[in-house]
Design a protein around this ligand. Structure first.
Ligand code: ADP
Ligand code: MG
Length: 625
């Protein structure tokens, strides 16, 4: 009995979007259907190995394409796992991923015409409606139970019919009735070329029903190479082969930035083919944006999204591992504690880091592109991977005062090369953004003495810096923290600081009285030039950026107590020293303290108090009463 069903509303939207958008390359529907057919064949192969009682493979395995010019149909048939009635309803009538819903509501009208999006969020099967006025699916689940076959039919206009039918079929047959204006897809040569373009690397033979001039009859002709790309000799694989294969396994529409293909014949024995994408497509709606590698065992596809083979900080790497040693019935749980898995992970981590290092050296521009996309993820490396810390440190990129732009392109090696002779530390500041860091008063003395300071403005930086202790014998030092070595470093220039007068000492005491236990200490600074005062953190205290991270994460922390440092050579301080009225001194000190806090944190607990105070001082000094 035929039953009419309405598509889930997201699918309606999707179909609408697809049918009415003018796609520049409609041909991708062939790629999508072949990819589904090949997945179905892989699934059956896997099931027949792991559950031989329930599933077995047919004698002949293939994907077949037949064109009927009179009926204006193109059909794709596969000997794969097939679908039960329930499967069909679920797989072809709903979009399981709730992200797709978000995607549909988030894209702008103009973007809907962008064909690239199809590849990005894998609408797969529904792309057949780009060229078809009707799509019919006949399928049967390949388990040994005597199920009926299922027929599914739709014109893509909002509803579909589904019914159980009596039909002997093995696998799935999808028949597209091609729209009159798309009849070029009924041409065998056109279809053949499309298959060659996208699906050469599919390991199953793809056959097309064609007229054989020699035999003078129609027969099935194999059109793809049907060899697993990664098993071929590197010399026989072209750049285009690698790129096309990447697009196939990653569902990305652009070419990869770099790839590494590696055959290891030791123990364990495996092949790895790894890619780094051009762009970080971390879109929540992208259903294909799963991290991890595909796992093959002895050329047989086992599973997707395998996170066991990569450390987290390299999770942007795509590709596959083909192992000779793992058992076919391996599960994710077994993989987790498997020594072979661990050995492969260690080896490919080293391999990836070495390749990145090679690129950083020989193609710095390419490396910078990589860093721009994936630097944020890579910054998890120092915390996660202590064993590879030496090479990870070399791969990190920063910006600094002298780097003159917020682009992170400076390596630690370069920083050290440009250090001043007497400099013994690598200085850094963590801030909210590049300019806030660059203009921070704490850098004044560094700028004057031409000592470079790394400016770290990514959220993760504060956390990362907890793990960066030293590089090539140089300790990392935050300029926001007490650091006695600064006095030594700027010794010649700071000799005037020696001359602290009684008046200065008195002022320090007065400030201590005014600020009371709001500060940890008050001292004369050795790090300011144009600014009257700053706050800094004590050596062991939590930094401002760290406290912001805690607060953002919803954690309660004690308010930070700073050390308040004043610049006794600054005109404002000199002016304050001349004031006799205690109330006026208090106003000035409160103003300077708030200024210092504002500069440190980017905000104040009570901004109105600060404004009122400033206005009072302006009135008292500039406005005649
Ligand atoms: P995806 O392939 O990304 O999962 P598709 O829209 O291409 O999304 O396909 C949806 C689902 O329909 C597949 O996941 C699969 O379960 C099922 N399916 C599609 N084509 C076939 C086929 N030829 N054989 C068996 N199942 C299929
Ligand atoms: Mg698909």
């Amino acid at each position: 009995m035929k039953k009419e069903h309405t598509f889930q509303s997201e699918i309606k939207q999707l179909l609408n979007l697809m049918i009415h958008s003018l796609y520049s390359n409609k041909e991708i529907f062939i790629r999508e259907l072949i990819s589904n057919a090949s997945d179905a064949i892989d699934k059956l192969k896997f099931k027949s190995l792991t559950q031989p009682k329930k599933y077995s493979e047919p004698k002949e395995i293939h994907i077949r394409i037949k064109i009927n010019k009179e009926k204006k149909t193109l059909s794709i048939y596969d000997t794969g796992i097939g679908m039960s009635y329930k499967d069909t309803k679920k797989n072809l009538g709903t979009i399981a991923q709730s992200g797709t819903k978000k995607f549909l509501s988030s894209i702008k009208e103009t973007e809907k015409k962008n064909n690239n999006l199809i590849g990005q969020f894998g609408v797969g099967f529904y792309s057949s409606f780009i060229v078809s006025k009707k799509v019919k699916v006949i399928t049967k689940k390949a388990n040994k139970k005597k199920n009926k076959a299922t027929q599914w039919e739709s014109d893509g206009k909002g509803t579909y019919h589904i019914s159980k039918i009596k039909k002997k079929i093995l696998g799935t047959k999808i028949t597209l009735t091609i729209k009159p204006e798309e009849e070029k897809f009924l041409d065998i040569w056109t279809v053949r070329n499309i298959i060659n373009k996208y699906s050469d690397h599919i390991t199953v033979p793809i056959e097309i029903y064609n007229y054989d001039e020699k035999k003078k009859t129609f027969s099935w002709e194999k059109v793809n190479k049907a060899q697993a790309l990664w098993t071929l000799n590197k010399n026989t694989i072209t750049k285009e082969n690698y790129q096309e294969f990447y697009k196939y396994i990653s569902q990305d529409t652009s070419n990869p930035l770099i790839w590494f293909h590696n055959k290891v014949e030791g123990i364990p024995e495996y092949i790895s083919l790894l890619y780094i994408p051009k762009k970080n497509k971390n879109n929540i709606w992208n259903k294909n944006n799963k991290s991890g590698l595909k796992l093959y065992i002895k050329r047989i596809y086992i599973m997707d999204d395998n996170k066991q083979f990569l450390p987290n900080y390299l999770r942007f790497v795509k590709g596959l591992i083909d192992s000779q040693d793992l058992p076919l019935n391996v599960s994710r749980e077994i993989l987790q504690n498997n020594t072979i898995t661990k050995k492969i992970k260690i080896a490919i981590t080293k391999k990836i880091l070495n390749m990145l290092q090679k690129i950083a050296k020989s193609k710095p521009k390419k490396y910078n592109k990589f860093w721009k996309e994936f630097g944020l993820i890579f910054k998890e490396g120092p915390a996660e991977d202590i064993t590879n810390k030496n090479i990870i440190y070399k791969l990190l990129r920063f910006t600094s005062i002298n780097n003159k732009s917020e682009q992170q392109t400076l390596s630690l090696k370069e920083y050290i090369r440009n250090m001043q002779k007497k400099q013994k530390k690598i200085f850094f500041i963590t801030t909210d953004n590049y300019n806030a860091g660059k203009n921070n008063p704490k850098l004044e003395i560094f700028k004057e003495n031409n000592i470079d300071v790394l400016i770290l403005y990514d959220r993760i930086d504060e956390w990362m810096m907890n793990y960066l202790i030293e590089f090539k014998g140089y300790m990392f030092q935050s300029v926001s923290k007490i650091d006695d070595s600064i006095t030594e470093l700027f010794e010649n220039k700071t000799d005037e600081i020696e001359k602290i007068t009684e008046e200065d000492k008195n002022l320090i005491n007065t400030i201590k009285q005014i600020l009371g236990n709001r500060v940890k200490d008050v001292r004369i600074t050795n790090r300011l030039k144009q600014t009257p005062a700053v706050v800094i953190s004590d050596k062991q205290d939590m930094s401002t950026q760290m406290s912001k991270l805690f607060i953002a994460a919803g954690q309660k922390i004690l308010p930070l107590k700073y050390i308040f440092e004043i610049n006794i050579k600054h005109n404002i301080i000199k002016y304050i020293q001349k004031i006799k009225n205690k109330k006026q001194i208090t106003d000035w000190i409160e103003l300077l303290f708030d200024q210092a806090l504002l500069s440190e944190r980017g905000n104040l607990d009570d901004p109105n108090k600060f404004i009122k105070n400033m206005n009072n001082i302006l009135i008292n000094n500039y406005i005649e009463q």
